[in-house]
Design a binder for this molecule. Structure first.
Ligand code: GDP
Length: 383
């Protein structure tokens, strides 16, 4: 079998860490080819830094987070997406501060390098927002308008007697669109978001829109790197992994036999794959702790809805063998494998045949269980 990412020898020597490092390096090199610079701009205090963090799946407290001071972001700061390194979110200084007066702002922040712009505003469309939008439009670039801190608006409106969440959201959306149209600005979409509640309002819609902007080849990687902020994203993650997983899982020379099944697998390699899948669904222990901290739920609350033995667990090779055994003996695989045994005894060995049959059965089951867990965790958080 060819070695598309040059990790065959390290895997065969059981050096899982070195293999993971190689994959990462290769992956980074590949994905760095097409840089995607997204500018996040707007007035000081509008919630830009907090928004950048939320898009990256972080809260203000995380180490890699953009600092949210609430007054002035005084310099241009670049934040790479933690899992998708060619996507950089640029947290631009607030427009209209003494250091960045509106007239000089556009020159000072190197506008030309950005693929598209996100204008963040916490109130109605301001004069500065209009200046920015017109300039961006003039340069023939795309921009999206994000109306931030929606949680705050709803909290204030909730006090009124005839409060309706839907009516309030529609009114804010219409006000923003009218504000832009009144100045001759064509803006196809206005996204209402709360960076404190990225699972609500239009946050996932914004993610989907950003995803559509990416070159086709890069979309799957972007989808996998997204935080699980909607059921649709979890579904897309599953789809992104579904097709190739059995094939990828059979990579390398099988060297450990699965108890109860007459089949061998390349266990260190399989370990890397499963860890990546669990991470992509945010079901690894550190991600769940982080989610618990950011949502105010307890870690055990989240674990209570998890069913897959691979989620919220330390994934050891022993655990993997146990899971494969369970999937194998409970499906019709045992019979198939005994048939393969028989054929092999007559015509000689079938390369990769057995391993592939096991993975073809096991991987969709493992993937479905993990996707279901990710959905239940998501619903638990929403509830
Ligand atoms: P920036 O100057 O535009 O980067 O704004 P920051 O991100 O520093 O946010 C300004 C203040 O608004 C901070 O105190 C944030 O905690 C707060 N903030 C930001 N986003 C939200 C949000 O979605 N909801 C609420 N309620 N407050 C927010």
């Amino acid at each position: 079998m060819n070695d598309p990412i040059g990790v065959k020898s390290v895997i065969e020597n059981y050096d899982t860490a070195a293999a993971a490092a190689k994959i990462k390096k290769k992956y980074l090199k590949k994905t760095r080819n097409i840089p995607l610079n997204i500018a996040v701009t707007g007035e000081s205090g509008a919630g830009k830094s907090t928004f950048v963090n939320a898009v990256r799946g972080l809260t203000d407290e995380d180490n890699e987070a953009a600092p949210a001071y609430g007054d002035s972001t005084s310099e241009v700061a670049a934040y790479k997406h933690p899992d998708y390194p060619n996507v950089t979110l640029w947290d631009l200084p607030g427009i209209g501060t003494p250091m960045f007066p509106a007239e000089k702002y556009l020159k000072r922040v190197e506008f030309r390098m950005f693929y598209f712009f996100i204008i963040v505003s916490e109130t109605r469309i301001t004069e500065n927002d209009v200046k920015l939008a017109l300039k961006i439009q003039e340069m023939g670039k795309k921009f999206y308008f994000v109306r931030s801190k929606i949680d705050k608006d709803l909290r204030a409106e909730r006090r009124k007697r005839n409060f309706s969440k839907e009516r309030t959201l529609t009114k804010i959306r219409e006000d923003c669109a009218q504000g832009l149209q009144a100045h001759g600005i064509k803006c196809s979409k206005v996204f209402l978001v709360s960076s404190f509640k990225p699972r609500k309002y239009d946050f996932s819609l914004l993610h989907e829109t950003l995803e559509r902007q990416l070159p086709k080849l890069k979309r799957n990687a972007f989808v996998l790197a997204m935080p699980n902020i909607s059921l649709e994203i979890i579904k897309k993650k599953k789809q992104a992994m579904d097709l190739r997983l059995p094939n990828v899982a059979c990579f390398g020379r099988p060297n450990v036999s699965v108890p109860g099944l007459t089949v061998s697998v390349n266990l260190p390699w399989l370990h890397i794959i499963i860890v990546m899948v669990v991470d992509a669904f945010g079901l690894d222990i550190p991600s769940l702790w982080k989610l618990a901290a950011s949502t105010g739920l307890s870690y055990s609350d989240l674990c209570a809805v998890i069913k897959s033995p691979l989620a919220a667990a330390e994934i050891t090779e022993k655990l993997l063998l146990k899971v494969l055994n369970q999937v194998g003996v409970t499906s019709e695989l045992c019979f198939e494998l005994s048939m393969i045994n028989f054929v092999e005894s007559v015509v000689g060995s079938i390369p990769r045949g057995r391993c592939y049959r096991v993975m073809e059965k096991a991987m969709p089951i493992i993937l479905r269980e993990l996707a279901d867990d990710a959905q239940r965790v998501f619903q638990r958080v929403l509830a």
